[in-house]
Design a protein around this ligand. Structure first.
Ligand code: DAH
Length: 355
């Protein structure tokens, strides 16, 4: 008899060891202790045993029942623990892992300068406009009061292209000033636009590249004066170079499309190259009040509308700001140069610093 109970006990133990999950465990429990389970069956048979055997056998069966209930319960706890550990392992997130591989690409100094210009002028209410690299001589010259045979055309070492557009000769634009014309033709005043972009001149040495960048600016409104021009450019230059008391000088000059025209100088120290109050002056941009003839070329009545315009070399201001002495590496894609002078894409821009 006890052999039979021992056999049931070891069968149950083997089945429990084999039960790999809670469902299998429940199957074992039902097969032993359920309504039609093997131990339940033995307990039911007890009634048929002789009275003198009944007590002893009953006690043995009940002990076994307690024992098996205990081992089933122990296995349940074990399996539940295993299930939780498996789920934790499955759903684990390593919060120390970087969200993405560290960025290796860097922002080119030219792009960085253009972003900063857009941020500073953007805060003053300018939007960013665009021109075309391939332009007609009308947008690049004639509409800007530089007619054919005007000596200023000869200064620009222009790349002319075969073909025409609207019967006008095609060229690679020599200046971003074409965007003055585009803005006035496309928009109703008041206009506040800056236009960074590529420009081209047939010139190549340490300080000239056949392709380079300029940034143009134009403001058209009623009652615009030279005071607005000066305030806008002084604010921009001090903000861009990060020198709040940067000396700025306006020197009368000549451009065909502005009258009066001024070149703008900033203070620096010629000996050390430091920007600021070093006693020397460095020319940094061209500017002036938009010429009445240019307004009229764009269909605006000069008695009603005035404005100012300015233009600067993007490479030039970048070289001055970051102490870069040679123009050529800007366009050579040398990784060592880019790693040295490039900017992290996540580095804060001027606007963040100013906020
Ligand atoms: N376009 C001129 C250049 O390439 C720069 C310039 C001067 C732009 C005066 C202007 C301006 O808008 O008013 O040298």
């Amino acid at each position: 008899m006890t052999d039979e109970l021992d056999a049931l006990k070891s069968r149950t133990a083997a089945a429990l060891a084999e039960a790999a999950d809670l469902r299998a465990l429940d199957g074992v429990r039902v097969s032993v202790l359920g309504k039609t389970g093997s131990l339940t069956g033995l307990l039911k048979e007890l009634g048929r045993a002789a009275p003198e055997q009944r007590r002893e056998r009953g006690a043995a069966l009940n002990r076994l029942k307690d024992e098996l209930s205990g081992t089933i319960e122990a296995r349940r706890i074990e399996l539940e623990g295993m299930a939780i550990r498996a789920r934790l392992a499955r759903e684990k997130i390593d919060v120390t892992l970087p969200p993405r591989p560290p960025a290796t690409g860097l922002i080119h100094p030219i792009s960085r300068t253009i972003e900063e210009m857009a941020a500073i002028f953007g805060a003053m209410g300018f939007s960013v406009g665009e021109g075309l690299d391939i332009e007609t001589d009308w947008f690049n010259f004639s509409a800007l009061n530089i007619p054919a045979h005007h000596p200023a055309r000869a200064d620009h070492d222009t790349f002319y292209l075969p073909g025409t557009r609207q019967d006008r000769p095609l060229l690679l634009r020599t200046q971003t000033s074409d965007v003055q014309i585009i803005s006035m033709l496309e928009q109703e005043p008041p206009i506040r636009v800056i236009a960074p972009g590529r420009t081209y001149r047939a010139d190549h040495d340490a300080t000239h590249s056949p392709m380079f960048h300029q940034c143009e600016g134009i403001v058209i409104d009623r009652d615009i004066t030279l005071g607005h021009l000066k305030g806008c450019l002084i604010d921009f230059l001090r903000s861009f170079f990060g020198i709040s008391n940067l000396p700025v000088r306006f020197r009368s000059s000549y451009f065909p499309f502005t009258e009066p025209s001024m070149e703008v100088d900033i203070g620096w120290n010629r000996r050390t190259g430091d920007l600021g109050g070093g006693g020397d002056w460095l020319e940094i941009l061209g500017s002036g009040m938009v010429h009445p003839r240019v307004l009229a070329n764009c269909g605006l009545d000069p008695r009603e509308w005035q404005g100012f315009a300015f233009g600067m070399g993007v490479e030039r201001v970048t070289m001055l700001k970051y102490g870069i002495s040679d123009l050529r590496p800007f366009f050579e894609s040398d990784l060592r140069w880019l790693r040295h002078y490039g900017f992290s894409p996540l580095a804060p821009t001027m606007l963040h610093e100013r906020a």
